[in-house]
Design a protein around this ligand. Structure first.
Ligand SMILES: Nc1ncnc2c1ncn2[C@@H]1O[C@H](COP(=O)(O)OP(=O)(O)OP(=O)(O)O)[C@@H](O)[C@H]1O
Ligand SMILES: [Mg+2]
Length: 405
């Protein structure tokens, strides 16, 4: 459902107030210790059927130290209280875009120069007043519209009023995504702070889930997409001094351009974690469930500890989905049984063409290891040797494509 004008105005006010308080919170936090630009976050929130997300509170990692915990908890509970009170009804608290940008800048949360800032009226104009004809999707954050800004097709994600997400997710996505540059990660073009909207490049072939359901995606393309997405994860996990955990990898968050080249999107739940030298695992603690059912690392669900291995788990599910064409919650179990019974062929998606038997079987087994309950058994995404079967299939697919031409 598209947002009505008055709803949008109320969203803008609520967001602006959230921003106002969020900024005040950040000011207080930054007074006690300088905030790192790529701050990490933790979250807490109501569960939805397939997806589990809670109101998210920004929590810079520099505040994990015990002496800051008290200040942080006090400020976070204040923010929670303000959110529960439904702040946003008093017009006089509304921040102007200029004031907001100035506040963000003051607190080292300046919007990077290459990220454009748009006003509400520009967003309205770009989407033909949020016309339902331009509505292309609806996620947990809010509706997504196709638009046109300066002749460029864009996708605009607008914060839904009174939803479970808000300014923290907006800030999180803006701060993280604006600093990333990778051929297989979606580009953030700009933001509209007034309405907490995010403006991305438009990827016209939609999500990988839709593409898979349409049928006709050949095994060579599926393997190429997996290689592209692994390279995006290698980029995130090997980023230093802070590694980035995507935390919501799934077919719906992989978008395709006109040539079916993939880009990973949706960084609202991404976490930025400092990597300690010689430490094998990069962990963020105190994070409550988030992500999407079927892709969530069971160890994270049980312990609340999020690591890069949680992305590896989700990537394992993505591999299984692309190889089998299945979208069932028990996909891991189905494939495990087939592998155990030496019946790999029975689960491979026949509509993808003729899968090369041996390396595809090996990739299926590797995907199952990604989905292992024991984190240590999961292959690191950065390990070249562990991902040999994917490379072999990629090499076979490119030579198969050349022969066809
Ligand atoms: N850059 C984009 N280009 C084209 N379509 C997009 C783009 N970004 C999002 N979409 C469309 O909007 C839909 C909603 O996106 P969004 O990421 O908000 O939700 P989701 O991933 O489906 O759900 P969730 O709330 O669980 O993340 C996507 O499924 C996709 O169809
Ligand atoms: Mg999404």
């Amino acid at each position: 459902m598209p947002l009505a004008e008055h709803e949008l105005a109320s969203a803008a006010t609520t967001s602006a107030l959230g921003v106002a308080f969020g900024v005040r919170l950040l000011v207080a936090l930054s007074r006690s210790r300088a905030l790192k630009p790529l701050a990490a976050a933790t979250s807490a929130a109501p569960c939805r059927s397939r997806r589990c997300r809670r109101p998210l509170f920004l929590l810079p990692l520099s505040f994990v130290a015990a002496d800051h915990e008290q200040i942080r908890d006090k400020l976070l509970s204040k923010l929670k209280l303000r959110q529960q009170e439904g702040c946003g009804s008093h017009g006089e608290d509304k921040l102007s875009q200029r004031k907001l940008s100035a506040s963000l800048k003051e607190n080292n949360f300046c919007i990077p120069e290459h990220v454009d800032q748009f006003s509400m009226s520009q967003i309205r104009k770009a989407t033909r007043r949020l016309s339902s004809k331009n509505l292309i999707g609806q996620g947990g954050y809010g509706p997504v519209y196709k638009g046109n800004l300066g002749g460029m097709p864009v996708a605009i994600k607008i914060l839904k009023p009174r939803g479970s997400q808000g300014f923290p997710e907006f800030l999180q996505e803006m701060v993280v995504l604006s600093r990333l540059e990778h051929p297989h990660i979606v580009k953030l073009i700009g933001v509209c702070p007034e309405s907490c909207s995010l403006v991305y490049e438009h990827l016209c072939n939609g999500t990988l889930l839709d593409r898979l359901k349409q049928g006709g995606l050949q095994w060579e393309d599926r393997i190429r997409i997996l290689t592209e997405q692994r390279s995006a994860l290698v980029y995130l996990h090997s980023s230093r001094p802070n590694a980035i955990i995507h935390a919501d990898l799934k077919l719906n968050n992989i978008l395709l351009d006109a040539g079916d080249v993939s880009r990973l999107g949706d960084f609202g739940t991404a976490r930025v974690v400092p990597v300690k030298p010689l430490e094998e695992e990069t962990i963020i603690r105190r994070t409550v469930p988030m992500g999407t059912m079927g892709y969530i690392d069971p160890v994270f669900l049980m312990t609340g500890k999020l690591t890069t291995a949680s992305d590896v788990y989700a990537f394992g599910v993505v591999i299984l989905q692309l190889l089998t064409g299945l979208d069932d919650l028990n996909i891991v179990e189905q494939v495990r049984v087939a592998v155990k019974m030496h019946a790999v062929n029975t689960v491979l998606d026949p509509s993808a063409g003729t899968w090369p038997k041996k390396p595809t079987g090996q990739l299926l087994k590797l995907a199952l290891r990604c989905c292992s309950w024991e984190r240590k058994r999961r292959p690191a995404i950065t390990s070249k040797t562990k991902w040999r079967s994917l490379h072999t299939l990629r090499a076979m697919s490119t030579s198969a494509n050349k022969t066809q031409k």
